[in-house]
Design a protein around this ligand. Structure first.
Ligand code: ATP
Ligand code: MG
Length: 450
């Protein structure tokens, strides 16, 4: 029947519902995935039983969203969402139904679902119930709204983002009428909470086709309401180092980094400020400081989209440093140490990925990373092996030593002296010896008039 058998814990739940005289079907994403012969991420069961009937039938249940008809049944240790057939109506806020009503009709339940490929049900025996042509659309690799697309997007504007997300995850096209409806209703996306937009955007970025998703967001008009800054890069020509305008370049870079959210966001936004930083001197195009301006812009964008602090900080740091791993043949060891200190050892791996993608997306250079980057990596490794000092915590003296030697209390002067010592040690690692540094503290304190 299908490549992935229905697991025993799901079968058990469906059988129990059927034996009690109710209807029970697999619905939504798992049916779609089974028919595509991919492994379902989770198994959703829909039933004609009311939530309290479901709860009465199984010893271990959690009323996850009982008001919306969802009960989580724990079977053999696995949680499974069992949802009562329901209809929804009156979406006056373009986000969620004013009312839901439970129904005993599977067909009514399938009608409320967003896309035909998501609106199929399957029996325990593998028989597919398909009122809206979902199977034909799977075969044609098409995403089509159930019913009238404009109405469906008006009811819940997030469905437009979901459509783009599934296009990217499945590699499907968007059917014409559904696409046109999306274009027309795009401004309604502003009614949806930023958190829900963020979650869909994150799934798109982590899919196999993030660049395709972003292009769909652009041509439907959704991007204008999500990250309008990116549109400035459309048609923004670069210079002899680049074959593509900023927008295309960003999408190729996006596709070229591994699927980790921070890296994908950094790749998407790494050149966000190039259009604003463009200057032309003697016919040459420059983008001075675009990494710093870009990090600031990315900060605003990611905060606006309600990304958490850690993500915002990591992504903006990667953008700010995305030009830093440039190798200069005359770099001294201490210059390499300062570089490591500036970009942070833990970010070097990501920055290399970003450079590799940036280079690939230039459309002009071959090979995974440049010879310069490889040389720089070897130098970094060498310096690391020498176990030199990289941060204040690696100095063999600490704040207490400074206070004692300089005869001062806590305050900014302590940090100033420690930083001075670190600068010296980065230039010359041999200085990182207790006696030497204690002497330097005395000297520096005198110099500062303490
Ligand atoms: P995934 O594999 O990402 O979980 P999924 O299709 O299971 O994909 P869910 O978000 O888990 O997606 O939703 C489960 C089902 O509920 C969908 O297949 C769809 O039938 C329905 N659904 C979810 N969100 C909406 C919505 N906003 N509007 C209409 N139907 C929806
Ligand atoms: Mg799901």
């Amino acid at each position: 029947m299908t490549r992935y058998p229905i697991p025993p814990y799901v079968r058990r739940i469906m059988t129990a519902l059927l034996e009690a005289g109710h209807e029970a079907y697999l619905v939504g994403g798992c049916v779609r995935d089974l028919l595509l012969e991919t492994r379902p991420k989770d198994w959703d069961v829909a039933t004609s039983a009311w939530p309290k009937e479901v709860m009465a039938l199984f010893p271990r249940t959690v009323p996850t969203g009982a008001r919306h008809g969802t009960v989580t049944v724990i079977m053999f240790g696995h949680p499974v969402e069992v949802t009562t057939f329901r209809t929804e109506w009156g979406y006056s806020d373009h986000r969620r139904p004013d009312q839901v009503k439970f129904t005993r009709s599977l067909k009514e339940d399938l009608t409320r679902r967003d896309l035909t490929v998501n609106a199929m049900a399957m029996t325990l025996e593998g028989q597919v119930i398909d009122y809206y042509g979902g199977r034909a659309d799977l075969a044609g690799r098409l995403l089509r709204a159930v019913g009238r697309p404009e109405e469906r997007f008006e009811e819940d504007a997030l469905r437009m983002m979901r459509t783009v997300r599934f296009a990217a995850q499945l590699g499907f096209s968007v059917e014409d009428e559904t696409f046109e409806a999306c274009k027309k209703k795009a401004p309604l996306i502003e009614k949806v909470s930023r958190e829900r937009i963020r979650d869909e955007l994150s799934k798109m970025l982590l899919s196999d086709r993030p660049g395709y998703a972003m292009e769909l967001l652009r041509i439907t008009g959704l991007l204008e309401f999500i990250i309008p800054e990116l549109l400035e890069g459309v048609g923004c020509l670069q210079n002899e180092h680049h074959k593509y305008p900023v927008w295309e370049h960003s999408l190729i870079a996006l596709d070229a980094v591994p699927p980790r959210l921070e890296l994908r966001l950094a790749a998407l936004l790494h050149d966000i400020a190039k259009p604003r930083c463009l200057t032309v001197e003697n016919g040459e195009r420059h983008f001075y400081h675009h990494e710093n301006v870009g990090a600031d812009m990315a900060w605003d964008i990611l905060r606006r989209l309600r990304f958490d602090n850690h993500t915002v900080e990591t992504v903006t740091h990667l953008i700010r440093q995305h030009m830093a791993l440039h190798y200069q043949p005359d770099m001294t060891d201490s210059a390499v140490r300062r570089l490591i200190r500036r970009v942070g050892l833990e970010y070097i791996g990501d920055l290399i990925e970003l450079r590799r993608a940036d280079r690939e997306a230039s459309g002009l250079k071959e090979g995974p990373v440049s010879r310069g980057t490889r040389k720089l990596l070897r130098r970094i490794e060498k310096v690391l092996e020498e176990d030199a000092a990289f941060g204040l915590k690696d100095l063999v003296v600490n704040g207490h030593d400074v206070m004692e030697k300089a005869g001062i209390g806590p305050g900014p002067a302590v940090g100033e002296i420690l930083n001075y010592l670190l600068e010296q040690v980065l230039e010359n690692p041999e200085l990182n010896e207790r006696e030497t540094l204690l002497k330097m503290i005395e000297e520096k304190a005198r110099e500062m008039g303490l």
